[in-house]
Design a protein around this ligand. Structure first.
Ligand code: HEM
Length: 508
């Protein structure tokens, strides 16, 4: 009897194992057939609920570049609750973003965007807002206002950036040969440029309480938002970590209050034929018809005014971070620093300020800025895109409503294009004739591509040229004895260098 029972229990467990294996195989098969049917891109195995979040690490762009070697340029993952596709490499990125049908022009409706909308009287934001017909009007008006105040026709942008570069240099030299991390000196000048473009030129902006509050709230925002809010990818977390959204809401309200004070001042002394800044340009837009109905594609004044936050948010930390990297690369590469200084000395000398018209005579200076942008790759995954319809990319079907990460870092570090992508070598951007090699400059896309490409590219290139060339015209950047540098950064809102110390010495 005992033997029989032993035999039977073995028999039962065998059956259970067989049944279990059968069920798992069925599930796997179903999964494989499902993927096959959908012709979805390949991708690594993930967990339920969190998907692949636990595998991304602190630098998802680097992880994605590694996964590209296994799964190809287009692969799929799951970011918590969101189906996601990652696109790597120049060809796949261009195929996706250069198309004229706006398949990839959406932005995911992440939870923090809902909070943003809530705080802004239910209005859509420019950078993260929904993609619809009114978005086109929004982008067009924002672009027009930015262009009006950052074009070079009346030289005012050149003067403004030069003035701020001089302030920056004075502040850097105040350290009197003691090593320091130059982040706050850079932030103050870069912040002052975008602040004055948005809210008006002032004799004494730096001592203005509103400007000081602006710098502080910006700093707080950048520190809090860091590399993102987990609630965006797992919205149910807001019930478990309510403070994550509460704090975000508080910061947005503070930014809005501060913006409202500035806008009210503008409304008070607005003169339509004397526009002083971007706020005035927005106020001047005639958005309603005589019945009070919205005339231009459902754009309200509130919505247009909220663009000020987009411009400040996007135009501040990007330029500051690039200049922090620039100083780090110059101090790490004294020979390259000498070469680019020699070019600026030859073209500009030290008797006058750098002008935008010098650009075409300073190819090595441009190449050095490009090399800094390539290596620092400060917005490595662009902003998240979102598919507006089903589509096919690299032979795979990508469904509507998929989050899309465009891995710009994979272009900047592509070994086929650059051979030695980790090496700092500005001359790689120059052709045999000594001028910029167009093919090389188009081989990485620091400002993105297509409909959602950076709105501030022109302003960014202008600021970077004048800040950078003025800095090297007036100063030497030296690595202090015993200081070791790492080119490894930290991903926050942008990809930032780790704090480092540098000696800044006035050139004689
Ligand atoms: C070195 C400087 C900068 C870099 C590397 C940079 C890069 C980028 C990138 C990669 C995107 C996302 C593109 C995409 O989603 O495909 C973006 C978007 C954007 N940038 Fe910039 N940016 C810089 C400076 C600026 C400046 C100075 C401004 C304006 C003052 C600005 C305004 C914007 C706006 C408004 C968007 C959102 C565009 C949209 O969604 O339609 N950026 N930028």
């Amino acid at each position: 009897m005992e033997n029989f029972l032993a035999y039977f229990s073995l028999h039962v467990s065998d059956h259970l194992i067989i049944l279990f294996t059968f069920c798992i195989s069925l599930l796997l098969l179903k999964h494989v057939v499902f993927i096959y049917k959908r012709n979805a891109p390949p991708g690594p195995w993930g967990f339920p609920i969190i998907g692949h979040l636990h595998l991304l690490g602190k630098k998802p762009h680097v992880t994605f570049k590694r996964w590209k070697d296994t799964y190809g340029n287009v692969f799929k993952i799951r970011m918590g609750s969101w189906d996601t596709v990652v696109i790597n490499g120049k060809n796949a990125v261009k195929d996706a973003l250069e198309g004229s049908d706006d398949t990839y022009s959406g932005r995911p409706n992440f939870y923090t965007m809902k909070v943003f909308k809530d705080v802004n009287s239910n209005e859509n934001a420019l950078s993260f807002g929904e993609f619809d017909s009114s978005w086109f009007v929004h982008r067009k008006l924002a672009s027009k206002a930015l262009r009006t105040f950052s074009n070079t026709r009346n030289n005012s942008i050149q003067e403004l950036v030069t003035e701020e570069a001089m302030y920056m240099i004075d502040a850097l030299l105040e350290h009197n040969g003691r090593p320091f991390f130059p982040d706050s000196e850079i932030s103050k000048s870069v912040g002052s440029v975008i602040y004055q473009l948005c809210y008006g030129r002032g004799e004494d902006v730096r001592n203005d309480d509103l400007f000081k509050a602006f710098l502080k709230s910006n700093d707080e925002f950048i520190k809090f938002t860091g590399a993102g809010n987990p609630v965006d990818v797992m919205p149910w977390l807001r019930y478990i970590m309510p403070w994550k959204t509460q704090k975000f809401r508080q910061l947005l309200r503070k930014t809005k209050q501060f913006r409202d004070i500035n806008v009210q001042k503008h409304i008070h002394d607005f003169v339509s034929d004397r526009l002083r800044d971007i706020t005035d340009a927005f106020l001047a837009e005639d958005l309603t018809d005589k019945d009070g109905k919205s005339k231009k594609g459902n754009i309200s004044r509130n919505r247009l005014i909220s663009t000020l936050d987009d411009l400040v948010g996007a135009g501040f930390s990007t330029i500051s971070t690039t200049l922090q990297w620039a100083i780090l690369f110059l101090a790490s590469n004294p020979d390259a620093q000498n070469r680019v200084q020699a070019e600026v000395d030859a073209v500009v000398g030290n008797g006058r300020n750098v002008k935008l018209s010098d650009r075409c005579k300073m190819p090595l200076t441009e190449a050095t800025i490009l090399e800094i942008m390539r290596l620092s790759s400060i917005v490595p995954l662009a902003l998240p895109h979102y598919t507006t319809k089903d589509t096919i990319l690299n032979g795979y079907t990508i469904k509507k409503d998929t989050v899309v990460f465009v891995n710009l870092h994979s272009l900047a570090y592509d070994t086929d294009t650059w051979k030695d992508p980790d090496v700092f070598r500005p001359e790689r951007f120059l052709g045999e004739d000594g001028y910029l090699d167009k093919e090389k400059t188009n081989s990485f896309l620091p400002f993105g591509l297509g409909r959602r490409r950076c709105l501030g590219e022109y302003l960014a290139r202008t600021e970077l040229l004048i800040f950078f060339a003025t800095l090297i015209q007036r100063c030497d950047f030296i690595r202090p004895d015993g200081e070791t540098y790492t080119m490894d950064g930290v991903l926050g809102l942008t990809y930032n260098p780790k704090p480092y110390k540098v000696l800044v010495v006035e050139r004689t």
